[in-house]
Design a protein around this ligand. Structure first.
Ligand code: NAP
Length: 256
């Protein structure tokens, strides 16, 4: 497979440092590759060390700069350590992509406390912890781009996803608030809401469900991780300097 991300436009992020959570596979991996291809130094965060090493190796093989940071985004201390290490290593920190996320789908009568807590902790608390930790270096640098990966599930609601939709709606609310708090420091905060994108998360749905899903998507296919990465790359760029507190929906027309 060719790991070079498809890019329809040129963005120059050279000299900038980025953190991408959930970079070991799927959307996060595509985002890390896209930011690195645009010249950013990328700190790749996830729990699985081996898969993270593959992402970092792919970036380096393409001539980019990346480091792996094994970290559970629900642990406040580990999150702070990652941010401190990145600032120590690369001096500044300009970009955060909060992408790490999980699903534990089941209908509400069967949803366990653990189903609820694990999804809220990873998707919402993890995004909060990283946003809080990067605020100081971004404010000091008087520049920043925070991009939180939400979901169309937060906008439309999918049966079986009370925990997931709540976590992603929380991410969108938090995005709007922090956008207002940091705007005067030239830090923009936006969300990207993907529809159905081909990754291990959606592979778990199985081919029958996915075929049904495709029928409901106006473009009649699921999206590619690189198509989400393209939206993130735009929001991370200088070109998006007047966009903050927004939700960019990338879903093949599903919510249109
Ligand atoms: P994925 O293939 O399952 O990848 C999830 C990533 O998150 C992995 O790198 C995983 O790495 C990491 N992760 C999970 N829990 C973590 C934790 N506690 N600490 C650190 N890293 C953690 O998922 P994906 O489909 O690429 O989804 C990425 C994001 O897009 C998620 O926020 C998801 O909700 C959102 N999204 C996806 C779709 C879709 O159709 N795929 C649609 C809408 C929104 P480790 O397991 O190694 O930690």
């Amino acid at each position: 497979m060719n790991d070079q991300p498809k890019r329809a436009f040129q963005v120059d992020l050279s000299g900038q440092a980025a953190i991408v959570t959930g970079a070991s596979r799927g959307i996060g991996r595509a985002v890390a590759l896209a930011l690195a291809a645009a010249g950013a130094k990328v700190a790749c965060v996830a729990r699985s060390v081996d898969k993270l090493a593959e992402t970092v190796e792919a970036i380096r093989a393409s001539g980019g700069t990346a480091e792996a940071f094994a970290c559970d985004v629900t642990h406040a201390e580990s999150v702070q350590q990652v941010v401190d290490a990145v600032v120590e290593k690369w001096d500044k920190l300009q970009i955060l992509v909060n992408n790490a996320g999980i699903t534990r789908d089941t209908l509400i009568p069967r949803m366990s406390d653990d189903d609820w807590d694990s999804v809220i902790n990873t998707n919402l608390r993890g995004s909060f912890l990283f946003m809080r930790a990067v605020t100081r270096p971004m404010m000091q640098g008087r520049y920043g781009r925070i991009i939180n990966i939400a979901s169309v599930s937060a906008l439309t609601g999918n049966a079986g996803q009370a925990n997931y939709a709540a976590s992603k709606a929380g991410v969108i609310g938090m995005t709007r608030v922090v956008a207002k708090e940091l705007a005067s420091r030239k830090v923009t905060v936006n969300a990207v809401a993907p529809g159905f994108i081909k990754t291990e998360m959606t592979d778990a749905l199985g081919p029958v469900v996915l075929d049904e899903v495709k029928k409901r998507i106006p473009v009649k296919r699921v999206g590619e991780a690189e198509e989400i990465a393209a939206g993130v790359l735009f929001l991370a760029s200088e070109a998006a300097s007047y966009i903050t507190g927004q939700v960019l929906v990338i879903d093949g027309g599903l919510c249109a």
